[in-house]
Write a protein that binds this ligand. Structure first.
Ligand SMILES: C[S@@+](CC[C@H](N)C(=O)[O-])C[C@H]1O[C@@H](n2cnc3c(N)ncnc32)[C@H](O)[C@@H]1O
Length: 282
């Protein structure tokens, strides 16, 4: 595990949950990728590409793809599972190994909340984009998964432990757009409401075990603590399902879309604003 703490299996399991238990039958990946005004044949960089869940959607528009991820294991799985036409490199979002003005589109989907220095990662994305190029970052909203984290926090308190702050709150749709605007002058955000409908305790527990269970301050849970925690969580979820027939967990997400200025060249990483653009925003 690197960077995110997610393994390849966690990503696979979570993607399957999004497909099977969503309230709205929307293809989120297509929705994100379709925000780019594609012409065809663009050079695309996917930062934190993971196991390549977005790759089939990029391939609808272009075969000029490059992926980077901090985790060699993720890239290995991508290579085994998807036919990827371009280069795959182990690299950090904060230090992209490409010259300035290389790509027409840079994606960073569900990644920036893991990155240590978000502003540095955004500056890097801006540097490697061509003038007029598009930056796309998919992320969650602040309210997303709140019900899961609430159950997790209350159950942890019962066993005398503390939850960490949900990771996506480091770069949610609401405030993430403001951070992107520090680097890109032109930023928009778009929200897609949706929810999980967990039909049984077993299904909800599988989701919980695929991620939120690990969000604990301090040392890893002892086997006894883990058993007590899972029992608490089960009870709380069972109560919800008994009351409502299903456990509804909002998972609103969205996309931040930004554009690099036209007429700006970057030499050796230093921005030279040739036309004196107003960088305060739209
Ligand atoms: C939740 S996954 C998202 C993967 C993919 N973008 C997707 O949406 O399916 C987060 C990915 O970011 C990678 N990651 C975490 N920190 C990173 C960093 N600083 N630089 C590059 N990749 C990073 C992780 O290894 C993981 O593959």
């Amino acid at each position: 595990m690197h960077g995110s703490g997610y393994t390849r299996d966690h990503l696979r399991i979570r993607a399957a949950f999004h497909r099977e238990y969503a309230e709205q039958d929307v293809d989120f990946y297509a929705w994100v990728v379709d925000h780019v005004p594609w012409q065809g044949g663009e050079h695309v960089l996917d930062v934190g590409c993971g196991i390549g869940l977005y790759v089939p959607y990029y391939l609808r528009h272009t075969s000029h793809l490059v992926g980077v991820d901090i985790s060699p294991a993720m890239l290995q799985t991508l290579r085994e599972s998807v036919s990827f036409p371009g280069a795959l490199l182990v690299a950090r979002a904060e230090a992209l190994p490409f010259p300035p003005n290389t790509f027409h589109v840079v994606f960073a989907n569900h990644v920036l909340f893991f990155v240590d220095d978000v502003e540095r990662a955004l500056t890097e994305a801006h540097r490697v984009l061509r003038p007029g190029g598009w930056f796309v970052a998919a992320t969650y909203t602040e309210e997303s998964l709140a019900q899961v984290y609430r159950v997790h926090a209350r159950a942890l308190h019962r066993i005398g432990r503390m939850p960490t702050r949900a990771r996506h709150l480091r770069f949610p749709l609401e405030t993430g757009a403001e951070v992107v605007q520090r680097v890109f002058p032109s930023v928009q955000k778009d929200r897609l409401p949706n929810a999980f409908l967990f039909p049984s305790v077993e299904v909800a527990m599988r989701y919980y075990l695929s991620g939120p269970v690990r969000e604990v301050v301090g040392p890893p849970l002892s086997p006894a603590e883990r058993e007590a925690l899972l029992a608490e969580v089960r009870t709380r979820i069972a109560r919800e399902i008994h009351r409502h027939g299903v456990w509804r967990v909002s998972k609103d997400a969205g996309v931040i879309l930004a554009r690099k200025e036209e007429g700006v060249t970057i030499k050796g990483g230093d921005l030279e604003d040739e036309v004196g653009l107003d960088r305060r925003g739209l």
